[in-house]
Design a protein around this ligand. Structure first.
Ligand code: FRU
Length: 511
């Protein structure tokens, strides 16, 4: 294996290149993008991912592999499914073939079967097309063989990719269902199969809502509304690049029903185009309102019926230029997603998967009145991530702002602020440190937030070079990468224009 690293743009600035997150997965020396083949098997979570085994920029796409028992501590393994002279191995999913429907395993020892996109290269007779292929593992996911009969499903299309396969049990019977995309037509296409090798077309969904870029990495899964097993809705996740609400890549979702053939979105999750043909992206449903949560997909078989998603913490606008080395790019924290009734409608709420015991907060504040003032909080600890949990009544204040990863004297910081006039929460990294490595990086992203009985509720995870904000119990999420200058670890809260009451504020170091 040759290993080369490029000099990242912006490296001249004072950002440590080894600013590696503590709680987020990164590959040791290489590039990664989309999470692939998220599967739980024999007590282990497997995270496969788009990986360039030879470099820290996109290319030579293969499936990297890591495992974990808690979704926080990951062990990297050798490349699982490698590119070759005929194909790059693009995104896809993995199922445990319990019934040995594919014949790759046995009824006693079911195979893991990966369904991935072959992006065919010049060396292949299929050159110019993308089609779906299989690989299988009979040693619990550690080594993989490509199926000799590949590809198993093509459409004579150059942009047919990202198959997510799951087991469907319903009134029409039990079968494998695949959702994939016709990326440039902004369509999700659905197929079914009895044996993972032969596929039958079912239906097409889209274009709908955000459609100003390629649709990629879809997912489809059921969730009970408010935990009620008698009220199941289906969620169709569609990642889009470019054309997401904060610019570049992002993930939208639709709430609706799936009858084994067709996904039908509820009318309240569809946003009709305006008279001029444009769609108000702020009215669409987004997994994340920040810049850096893309290609998010879920484990279809996580234990305890939990629906756990992981996204790539990056954005194609600038992905290849992030100022880190030798690795580049990481995953988001795993997130547990549920459906809850929000303003009368079923909507996703998300919770980050954190250590079960986060330890004692470094500082806890209860019932403190802040009138046009600045409250210093404990610095982020070198070598630790930081969890900030806050319940604040903005009261008469115009803004309540957290300044994260800041310099002493306030010259740079990532600012998370709530504006009482607009009721919007904004994550602003324009002055966060090194932003110069790409002209699209400096940005501020915001989302509407409805206070709960006047209360702003925040859970913020700051991990070296990322900020993930879960507001109002996870109804609104904002995630951004940031590259603070060396040694900038300061945290404070600033209240302006009136009096706010801090009901509860706890800052905890997570290592
Ligand atoms: C999304 C994506 C997928 C594709 C993969 C290639 O980020 O473009 O559509 O399968 O990345 O690496």
């Amino acid at each position: 294996m040759t290993e080369t690293t490029t000099q990242p743009a912006g490296a001249a600035e004072d950002t440590p290149l080894n600013i590696r997150p503590i709680l987020h997965y990164t590959a040791k020396n290489t590039w990664l993008n989309d999470p692939n083949g998220l599967v739980w098997h024999q007590g282990i979570y497997h995270l496969f991912y788009q990986n360039n085994p030879f470099d820290n920029v996109w290319g030579n796409m293969s499936w990297g592999h890591a495992t974990s028992t808690d979704l926080l501590h990951w062990t990297e393994h050798p490349v699982a499914i490698a590119c070759d002279e005929e194909e790059d191995v693009f995104s896809g999913s993995i199922v445990v073939d319990h019934g040995n429907t594919s014949g790759f395993g046995t009824a006693k020892d079911p195979a893991l079967v990966a369904i991935y996109t072959s992006a065919f290269k010049e060396g292949s007779v299929h050159h110019g097309t993308q089609a779906q292929s299989l690989a299988f593992s009979t040693d619990a996911g550690m080594t993989w063989s490509k199926y000799a009969g590949n590809p198993v499903l093509g459409r004579d299309s150059a942009h047919f990719r990202d198959p997510k396969v799951f087991r469907y049990e319903g009134p029409t019977g039990s079968c494998w269902v695949m959702v994939a995309v016709e990326a440039q037509h902004q369509q999700v296409v659905l197929y079914r199969s009895a044996n993972l090798r032969n596929w039958e077309y079912l239906s097409t969904f889209g274009p709908a809502n955000a459609s100003g870029g390629e649709w990629e990495c879809p997912d489809l899964f059921p969730l009970p509304v408010d935990g009620n097993p008698d009220n199941i809705k289906w969620i169709l996740v569609v990642n889009i690049n470019p054309g997401a609400v904060a610019g570049g890549s992002g993930g939208q979702y639709f709430v609706g029903d799936f009858d084994g053939v067709q996904f039908t979105a509820d009318s309240d999750s569809l946003v009709p185009a305006d008279a001029d043909g444009t769609t108000d992206l702020r009215r669409c449903l987004w997994l994340d309102w920040g810049r850096d949560y893309y290609a998010a997909v879920s484990f279809s078989n996580a234990p305890g019926n939990r629906r756990i998603m992981i996204g790539w913490m990056n954005n194609w606008d600038y992905a290849n230029t992030l100022p880190t080395s030798p690795w580049r790019s990481g995953m988001s924290l795993a997130r547990e997603v549920e459906l809850a009734t929000v303003d009368g409608l079923p909507r996703l709420v998300q919770r980050p998967v954190l250590p079960l015991d986060c330890g004692e907060p470094a500082r806890t504040i209860l019932d403190l009145e802040l009138h046009d003032s600045l409250l210093q909080l404990p610095d982020a600890m070198p070598g630790s991530a930081q969890l900030i949990e806050a319940e604040i009544l903005p009261g008469t204040a115009r803004t309540v702002a957290f300044r994260l990863l800041g310099a002493s004297g306030g010259s740079t910081a990532t600012v998370l602020s709530f504006d009482a006039d607009t009721s919007r929460l904004t994550l602003d990294r324009r002055n966060s440190g090194n932003t110069a490595f790409h002209d699209k990086f400096a940005s501020a992203e915001s989302a509407a937030v409805k206070l709960d009985d006047g209360l702003l509720r925040l859970r913020v995870i700051v991990d070296q070079c990322s900020v993930e904000v879960f507001a109002q119990g996870g109804r609104v999420v904002l995630s951004d990468l940031v590259f603070p200058l060396a040694g900038n670890l300061g945290t404070d809260v600033c209240v302006e224009g009136g009096t706010a009451i801090v009901r509860k504020l706890a800052v905890t170091a997570l290592s």
